[in-house]
Write a protein that binds this ligand. Structure first.
Ligand code: PHB
Length: 389
């Protein structure tokens, strides 16, 4: 026979085991922990991601799977040495349901490790670190953006098709730069090209002069680059000021001209880049997104805003399937990998490793736009080497 006391005790233990109170687990606010750069060379990228994410949530009426959203923010400063402490603030101190972050690959790797260990849901709205959807892949880790390899590979194919034979690469010396260059090299050398030399500067340095002098003396047919944010603005201007723009074509992963064109001005005119987003895409979803974004934030969106928007879409798809339960990684993952995500970039699907399988566009800078030219590679999937789930 069960008296009142034993009944209450067993209800409590069921609750602890996560069985009975399903309804209660889904109720209450959904705590979203934004770990993004608010300072440093990637600060503007963090703002665009935050804006894009909130735009989608606002379009849903401020709720996902019936739960209101509470945002908690940590500035990660794009500093890998502070990443573990920063992510643990969200996981342990704030007890967030989901982490959304970040921009910098080195920081993202520390976040993925913490998410994997704690089981906290993590959606990466930018950082392309190949390892996160490679050897570090996990049922609770998703990426709404790209792997560093993807845009590099697409640009390598285009550069080879254009008849370039000898390339020099230049980037920051950290995971994102190295992996972007590897993508370029994989495609460019497979098509018969040769990378003569890889040049790097430490992140986030912007002292390019010595390397630009070296490029002038190496005389490659083409230069491939990965820079982004404030560093990209400075690099494109310095490349033009060194007199290289007209003699050696500069191509890149599209980040080098995304969200940066107003500051780069004429120095960027005509540059060709590859990316999973472009201006003037022939997609109705994009037109609608751009109008809504411009209305909400009084500025034009860029690739980072799209990735933030899609991070929220992924969260909604997963949580609708789990009735708001952010801990049910298995059901969340099943729903997301089955879905077609209706992104402003064009529709895409999620690979088994949880990285977008998406079209890569060739874009050309015309004024303040990265104007869509063509699909460089259709439905490009990251190789996801080492991912076992
Ligand atoms: C990265 O660190 O993975 C990264 C940073 C900025 C970008 C793209 C990738 O624009």
């Amino acid at each position: 026979m069960m008296n009142r006391k034993t009944f209450l005790t067993s209800a409590a233990s069921l609750a602890l085991a996560g069985i009975a109170p399903l309804a209660r687990a889904q109720a209450g606010k959904l705590k979203v922990g934004f770990m993004l750069p608010a300072t440093g060379t990637y600060a503007a990228l963090g703002t665009a991601i935050d804006n894009g994410f909130r735009l989608y949530v606002d379009q849903l009426g401020g709720k996902i799977a019936g739960r209101e959203i509470e945002y908690i923010r940590v500035d990660d400063e794009s500093d890998p040495s502070k990443a573990t402490d920063n992510v643990n603030k969200l996981i342990k101190r704030d007890n967030v349901d989901v982490i959304v972050g970040t921009v910098h690959s080195g920081v993202a790797m520390a976040m993925a490790k913490a998410a994997k260990e704690s089981g906290t849901l993590l959606i990466i709205p930018n950082a392309g670190a190949d390892a996160v959807t490679g050897p570090m892949c996990a049922p609770n880790i998703f990426r709404s953006s790209f792997s560093n390899w993807q845009p590099g590979f697409a640009m390598g194919e285009v550069a080879a098709k254009q008849g370039h034979k000898k390339a020099v690469t230049i980037t920051w010396k950290y995971a994102a730069g190295a992996e972007s260059v590897k993508g370029f090299k994989d495609a460019f050398e497979k098509a018969g090209g040769k990378v003569m030399k890889d040049l790097t500067v430490p992140f986030p340095n912007v002292e390019f002069q010595a390397l630009l002098t070296e490029i002038a003396s190496l005389k490659p047919d083409v230069v491939y680059t990965f820079f982004a944010g404030g560093g990209a603005v400075k690099f494109v201007k310095d490349y033009a000021a060194a007199g290289l723009k007209d003699s050696i074509p500069l191509v890149g992963a599209g980040f080098v001209t995304d969200g940066t064109l107003e500051a780069q001005g004429a120095a960027a005119e005509g540059l060709l880049t590859a990316l999973h987003y472009a201006d003037e895409l022939p997609a109705p979803k994009d037109k609608e997104f751009r109008l809504a974004y411009a209305k909400a934030y009084k500025m034009q969106p860029d690739v980072y805003a799209v990735q933030g928007y899609d991070a929220a879409q992924i969260l909604a798809i997963g949580l609708n399937a789990t009735k708001g339960d952010a801990k049910n990684a298995k059901a969340f993952s099943a729903a997301v990998t089955k879905a077609t995500i209706d992104s402003p970039r064009g529709k895409f699907t999620m690979s088994k490793a949880h990285n977008p399988v998406q079209d890569m566009y060739l874009r050309k800078v015309v004024g303040n736009e990265n104007v869509y030219q063509s699909v460089a590679v259709k439905a490009l999937a990251d190789p996801a080497t080492g991912c076992r789930m």
